[in-house]
Design a protein around this ligand. Sequence first.
Ligand SMILES: Nc1ncnc2c1ncn2[C@@H]1O[C@H](COP(=O)(O)OP(=O)(O)OP(=O)(O)O)[C@@H](O)[C@H]1O
Ligand SMILES: [Mg+2]
Length: 244
Amino acid sequence: MIEIDGVAKRFGSNTVLDGIDLRIAPGEVVSILGASGSGKSTLIRCINGLERLDAGSIAVDGQRIDEPKGLQAARRSCATVFQLFNLYPHMTALQNVTLAPIEVLNVPRRQAEEEARALLASVGLGARADAYPAQLSGEQRQRVGICRALAMKPRYLLLDEVTSALDPEMTAEVLDILAKLATGGTTMLFVTHEIEFARQISSRIVFLEQGRLLADLPTAQFFALEGGLAQPRIAQFLSKMSKS
Ligand SMILES: Nc1ncnc2c1ncn2[C@@H]1O[C@H](COP(=O)(O)OP(=O)(O)OP(=O)(O)O)[C@@H](O)[C@H]1O
Ligand SMILES: [Mg+2]
């Protein structure tokens, strides 16, 4: 379980997260929606311990991440895929995927490579394991990024707009992979602008507005007139997104 309690984060005088309470239980797929600048990426970065909290606490499986031991454990159990393809350019797809299992989890190289090849094959990149990032399309790089996260066998997968730099066709391919993970029981916290996709795969939808949690509802309720849509701000956001 990821437990976020009363989390606040400021950059100077800009309050970016303001009293966030959120629980992500194993097996859940939770989508985070919200306008640009509402604090979605910052929240993901806080869970990874990449930002210092100004108030509140975050615990992963009962261990607080503001304690060194807890942070280490959290970084092992939460894997993140970011918006930009941050693969190591001087390493092949295979090397990008095996690096952390070998270095962090001490998995023997042969075993790590076997697992990495299987992962790459599962996302349709079996034949490209030895390609360097520059030799792959953006969408293929993002698939490698997802494999790199999965290679750590994370309990939680955090995804921050992993398709926002892709064209619609490539987006569909990556979403396909994520849908399979979701139905396969992977716990996911999913930041996205793909509203329709969020609706299909999520058990819950969280809506952030200027650093505050405006809604945290089961998916059907979020999209219902008596639920999330009853809030003018959410209705406005969704109608704008569906037109864009
Ligand atoms: N390192 C930083 N220093 C100063 N301000 C920051 C920093 N990171 C984020 N911010 C500010 O925090 C606010 C929230 O940013 P964040 O990236 O979390 O938004 P977001 O919801 O992910 O937006 P988007 O949908 O565009 O990705 C913004 O006002 C942003 O300018
Ligand atoms: Mg962001």
